[in-house]
Ligand binder design. Structure first.
Ligand SMILES: Cc1cc2nc3c(=O)[nH]c(=O)nc-3n(C[C@H](O)[C@H](O)[C@H](O)COP(=O)(O)OP(=O)(O)OC[C@H]3O[C@@H](n4cnc5c(N)ncnc54)[C@H](O)[C@@H]3O)c2cc1C
Length: 426
């Protein structure tokens, strides 16, 4: 019995590793078209910024290690050109055919370059692989650009803008939408705009790059799921454009699973299909797909949409729905936003902003935002846990959260926000 996995990064390798753990006898082959496997794209902006010294630090496993430690064959430079499901075969770009009994598609996503007049020009970059990062760094060293344009104010665009600013380059960020970070949240947008102002990053909202004179352009205007290969083989895509998979990450084709950035999942607050391509989800859905391909019955319930990013030294985290999104989804959202110190003032407390959103009718929490310099990952994870468990505001307000002066406040900012929200709901 042979499992073939297409794609050798987060989702693909999680699937392969999980399948191996559950079935020692399965033959497992991972086919990766690129030269590397198992790299953390999430660290690439920090390499550009200079916080990660060596790209090699971002690569966790080599194919040899997978073979030696897990008895999994990982082939790089192996691009799958077609899937012939009726014959249970994939065709590689060189013509070779590889038989499978079970197939996991983990082909990921790619940067959308469609909004650029000259996407292939030598001063235009994307930042998706270690190779992209190496080329961009070489360009920075050799050409010393003075004016950069970053297309897209999602988390990748803002991380790149921060990194380029650290090189002393003038940076303009172009965002087609009125809001940043792909979230309809005016306060979040105002916060990022003020930060950009402070750090001399020109943020142009509702604007296209047009003929802006830049000697470096980095494309970060959203990503597209790599579904073409799957779609040509008859795998259905959903309304998000990504591969439709059920909670076992099964596609419509028997014996074929999909995981990671190429697949859609379910939003835990709305219950609807959603495409939120993140490393966290890629690892989990990969694990579920791999388990099921090995004969287990694992399920992936969905995502709350939890996200965290650092922009010019400030942390921005959110989960669930913003108020405007909640309204579009048919809820009657009520939002409370507070500012509080994350520790007592005598322990160098710093300002943290928390916003919580609940549905007026059911009092169920729908989303939250935490902005600050410390501890925001813990706080947003508490909110995400509450959303996953469909908590109501009054129960959330009673959570037993930790306190001692070096770490926290006696009333955590989350609880203060929940109390404020209760008042607005009463
Ligand atoms: C700059 C950047 C920063 C990020 N930061 C964060 C972060 O802070 N937090 C977070 O949660 N996520 C972050 N992400 C997202 C995260 O990296 C992705 O969600 C994750 O890598 C998805 O994993 P994946 O395995 O689904 O897809 P990918 O990592 O895209 O891997 C898919 C692989 O499939 C291969 N492939 C595609 N087609 C074929 C084919 N036909 N044949 C063979 N191989 C094929 C590709 O070459 C690729 O290597 C970031 C992404 C980027 C680009």
């Amino acid at each position: 019995m042979r499992l073939v996995v297409i794609g050798g990064v987060a989702a693909g390798l999680s699937a392969a590793a999980r399948a191996r753990r559950l079935d020692r006898n399965l033959e497992i082959v991972v086919l990766e078209k690129g030269p590397l496997i198992s790299y953390g794209a999430c660290g690439l902006p920090y390499y550009i910024e200079g916080q990660v010294r060596d790209l090699a630090e971002l690569v966790r496993f080599t194919p040899e290690r997978f073979r030696r430690e897990r008895n999994i064959e990982v082939r790089t430079g192996a691009e799958v050109a077609a899937i012939h499901h009726s014959r249970r075969e994939v065709a590689l770009a060189g013509g070779e055919r590889v038989h499978y009994d079970k197939l996991v598609i983990a082909t990921g996503a790619r940067a959308d370059r469609s909004s650029l007049p000259e996407p292939e020009a030598p001063h235009v970059f994307t930042l998706e692989t270690p190779d992209d990062a190496r080329r961009l760094m070489e360009y920075l060293g050799a050409r010393r650009p003075r004016q950069a344009a970053v297309v897209g104010a999602g988390y990748i665009g803002l991380e790149i803008a921060t990194a380029l600013r650290a090189h002393g380059i003038a940076v303009a960020v172009f965002e087609r939408e009125a809001d940043v970070l792909g979230r309809s949240d005016a306060h979040l947008t105002r916060t990022v705009a003020a930060l950009c102002d402070e750090f001399h990053i020109e943020l142009r909202l509702g604007a296209e790059i047009g003929n802006f004179p830049a000697d470096l352009v980095v494309m970060a205007a959203g990503r597209r799921p790599n579904t073409e290969l799957a779609a040509e083989a008859g795998v259905e895509t959903g309304r998000t454009g990504a591969i439709r998979a059920n909670e076992r990450m099964e596609t419509n084709l028997a014996g074929v699973w999909a995981a990671g950035d190429c697949a859609e999942t379910t939003h835990l607050v709305t219950g609807r299909p959603v495409w939120l391509p993140l490393g966290t989800t890629a690892n989990k859905t990969g694990r579920v797909a791999g388990a099921n391909a090995a004969g287990a019955r694992a399920r992936f319930p969905g995502v709350a949409g939890t996200s965290i990013v650092r922009v010019c030294g400030l942390g921005l985290a959110f989960t669930g729905l913003a108020a405007a999104e909640a309204r579009r989804e048919g809820f009657d959202p009520v939002a409370a936003r507070i500012e509080a110190l994350d520790r007592p003032h005598y322990f160098w407390g710093r300002k943290t902003t928390v916003e919580l959103i609940a549905d007026r009718r059911t009092r169920r929490l729908l989303g939250g935002t935490v902005i600050g310099q410390r501890g925001l990952e813990g706080r947003i994870n508490v909110v995400a846990t509450a959303l996953t468990n469909r908590m109501r505001v009054e129960d959330f307000a009673q959570l037993d959260l930790a306190y001692t002066p070096p770490y926290a406040q006696v009333w955590d900012p989350l609880l203060i926000a929940a109390q404020q929200l209760e008042k607005l709901l009463d």
